[in-house]
Design a binder for this molecule. Structure first.
Ligand SMILES: Nc1nc2c(ncn2[C@@H]2O[C@H](COP(=O)(O)OP(=O)(O)O)[C@@H](O)[C@H]2O)c(=O)[nH]1
Ligand SMILES: [Mg+2]
Length: 325
C-alpha cells in the first residue's frame, strides 16, 4: 500500500469584540447600555470528498485560516459569524493531531466531516446584564493527514517493459509526483489528473519476482493488486531485452492465472509497448496470428497511443464507479 501524507497548520477565526455603547434619548435620565456581541469566529472543517484522490494539494498550501467574527455594534447588533474554512480531502483520509499523533477522525465516508479547530466565541457587548466580556481567540493546531492510496490501475510486466516510463509520461503533475517517496527515475506511482475522472496508476511490484522468489513477494503483489480495478499487462513487444515477447506474454498470463479468482475477475488490458522500434511490427503480427486477445499498441517513450490508452482506462473506471454506486 502506498501512503500519502501531509502536514497542515490550521487557525480558526477569532471571536469579534463585543461593543460598549449607550443609548439615550431626551426623556431618559440614565443612558441604557446597548452594545451588541461580537460574532463567533469561523471553524476549520475537514470534509471527505469522493472526487479527490490524493493529498497533493496540501503539500503546496499548508496554512489554512478561517475568518474572524465581526465586532458587535450599538443598538444591540451582533457581529457577523466568521466564514468557516472547509478543506476537502479524499475519502479514507485519517486526520490526526500532528503533535500528539492522536486520532481525531478517520473519514471513511463521502461527505463525512469534522471540525478540527473551533472558532473563538464572540465577546459580549455591554447590553448583557453581566456586562461585557472579551472575545476568545480561534483554536490553532497542526494537523497530520494520512491516506492509504489505492491504485485504480496496476501495471504488470517484466522488468524494463517500460512501466516507469509510461507512468511518468501520463502523470501530468510530474513535479508534484516527485515529492512522493519514490525516485523520479523509477516512478512506481502516478496520478493522472482530470476534472472529473482522475486516477492513480501504479507499477505493481513482484508478480514475476514473486514467482521466482517465493511467497513473501507474491503476497506483497497480491496486497497491491487486490484493490486495483484494472490490470494493465505490459509487454515489450520489440523484444528489446532479447526475450521473445510472446513468451513474456504467456509467462505473465500464467502468473495471473496462478493467483486465481482475485485477478481473473479484473479488467485486463494488454499493452504492447515500444512500437517505435522496428522489431515491433513482426512480433505484433505473430501475436495476432497466435492469440485472439486485443492489444493496445503504444510507445511510452515516443508518446504514441498514450491518449487512447488513458481514455480507455478512464472509460472502464467510469463504468466501474457507476456500478459501485
Ligand atoms: N524504444 C523504446 N524504449 C522504451 C520505451 N518505453 C521504455 N523504454 C526504455 O526501456 C527501458 C526500461 O524502461 P522502464 O520504464 O524503466 O521499464 P520498467 O522496468 O518496466 O519500469 C528504458 O531504457 C526506457 O527508456 C518505448 O516505448 N520505446
Ligand atoms: Mg520501473
Amino acid at each position: 500500500m502506498f501512503v500519502d501524507e501531509a502536514r497542515i497548520f490550521v487557525k480558526a477565526g477569532a471571536g469579534g469584540k463585543g461593543c460598549d455603547s449607550f443609548y439615550r434619548d431626551k426623556h431618559m435620565r440614565h443612558a441604557r447600555p446597548d452594545g451588541g456581541d461580537g460574532g463567533n469566529g469561523g471553524e476549520i472543517v475537514i470534509i471527505a470528498d469522493g472526487r479527490i484522490k490524493t493529498l497533493l494539494d496540501f503539500r503546496y498550501k499548508q496554512h489554512y485560516k478561517a475568518a474572524n467574527g465581526g465586532h458587535g455594534s450599538s443598538k444591540g447588533k451582533t457581529g457577523r459569524t466568521g466564514k468557516d474554512s472547509v478543506l476537502r480531502v479524499p475519502r479514507g483520509t485519517i486526520v490526526r493531531d500532528y503533535e500528539t499523533k492522536l486520532l481525531i477522525k478517520d473519514l471513511t465516508d463521502d461527505q463525512q466531516s469534522i471540525i478540527v479547530a473551533e472558532g473563538g466565541r464572540g465577546g459580549w457587548g455591554n447590553a448583557h446584564k453581566q456586562g461585557s466580556k472579551p472575545p476568545r481567540p480561534g483554536e490553532e493546531r497542526t494537523i497530520g493527514l494520512e491516506l492509504k492510496l489505492i491504485a485504480d490501475v496496476g501495471i504488470i510486466g517484466f522488468p524494463n517493459a517500460g512501466k516507469s516510463t509510461l507512468i511518468s509520461q501520463i502523470s501530468k503533475v510530474k513535479s508534484k509526483i516527485a515529492q512522493y517517496h519514490f525516485t523520479t527515475k523509477q516512478p512506481v506511482l502516478g496520478f493522472v489528473p482530470d476534472e472529473e475522472n482522475s486516477f492513480i496508476i501504479a507499477d505493481l511490484p513482484g508478480i514475476i519476482e514473486g514467482a521466482h522468489k517465493g511467497k513473501g513477494l507474491g503476497d506483497r503483489f497480491l496486497k497491491h493488486a487486490e484493490r486495483t480495478k484494472i490490470l494493465v499487462h505490459m509487454v515489450d513487444i520489440a523484444g528489446s531485452e532479447g526475450r521473445d515477447p510472446l513468451q513474456d506474454y504467456q509467462k505473465i498470463n500464467h502468473e495471473i492465472n496462478e493467483y486465481g479468482d482475485i485477478l481473473n475477475a479484473k479488467h485486463k488490458l494488454v499493452v504492447a509497448n515500444k512500437v517505435d522500434l522496428p522489431e515491433a511490427k513482426e512480433h505484433i503480427q505473430r501475436f495476432h496470428a497466435k492469440y485472439k486477445q486485443d492489444i493496445i499498441e503504444i510507445s511510452a517513450k515516443d508518446k504514441i497511443g498514450l491518449d487512447e490508452l488513458v481514455e480507455k482506462l478512464r472509460a472502464i473506471l467510469c463504468q466501474e464507479s457507476s456500478r459501485d454506486q
